[in-house]
Design a binder for this molecule. Structure first.
Ligand SMILES: [Zn+2]
Ligand SMILES: [Zn+2]
Length: 138
């Protein structure tokens, strides 16, 4: 059963297992390129011909809020990018080609924040620049 691990994730987070959630999780797991909402929608419409973009957005949103997936929004971009990887990592956005690279986060923000008395649940770091592929093209 290819969906078993996604079912487990949904149940662990207390979300109802639906075919739409399972399909989106499978798509994101197999496409670790931080797909846009449009890309997820284009995949979903093949499986669910009557699905609306709003529904796809809502499914993504509910899974983001419940900590199952990660949604990323970059400054200067209204475009939502969806990330299957929930582990703490940073994103490097190439301003030339728009490619998003995962960068390992090697400092513990939660630990740093402890002295402030605030409790950190989550944090996002976005790094901007030009990727090595684009630099080579010059
Ligand atoms: Zn680039
Ligand atoms: Zn990522």
């Amino acid at each position: 059963m290819p969906f078993t691990k996604y079912m487990k994730t949904l149940r662990e987070k207390g979300l109802k297992v639906t075919q739409q959630r399972l399909e989106i999780l499978k798509f994101l797991d197999e496409n670790r390129t931080h797909p846009t909402l449009d890309e997820v929608y284009n995949y979903m419409i093949k499986k669910f011909p009557s699905i609306s973009k709003m529904t796809v957005y809502n499914v993504i949103d509910s899974m983001t809020v419940n900590g199952i997936i990660n949604s990323v929004r970059f400054v200067n971009s209204t475009e939502l990018r969806v990330d299957y990887d929930r582990d703490v990592h940073f994103h490097f956005l190439c301003k030339k080609c728009g490619m998003i690279y995962d960068v390992a986060g090697d400092f513990d923000v939660a630990k740093e924040m402890k002295s402030t008395g605030h409790k950190v649940d989550d944090y996002k770091v976005n790094i901007y620049g030009v990727c090595k592929k684009c630099l080579k093209k010059k």
